[in-house]
Design a protein. Structure first.
Length: 78
């Protein structure tokens, strides 16, 4: 009869034969995951360096009255 190691080898071969259709998709997915992980690690490393400026995308807001600071304060207290 078969021993445990022979049975394991047969199961691995059967799984490999059945998974041949999915293998290109799995390798493509693994490649995408590796690229994402690499870019995130690079971004985290760059964020830790204090000398590099960080650019945040957004919109520029023009102030109506530059003398008051926020545009809502009238300068009077009371």
């Amino acid at each position: 009869m078969f021993g445990l190691s022979e049975l394991a080898i047969i199961l691995i071969v059967v799984a490999a034969v059945l998974a041949v259709k999915k293998l290109p998709e799995l390798t493509r997915s693994a490649g995408k995951s590796a690229r994402i992980l690499k870019s995130e690690a690079r971004a985290a490393r760059d964020a830790d360096e204090p000398g590099t400026p960080r650019v945040i995308q957004g919109e520029t807001v023009e102030r109506e009255d530059p003398g008051t600071g926020t545009g809502t304060d009238t300068g009077r207290r009371g």
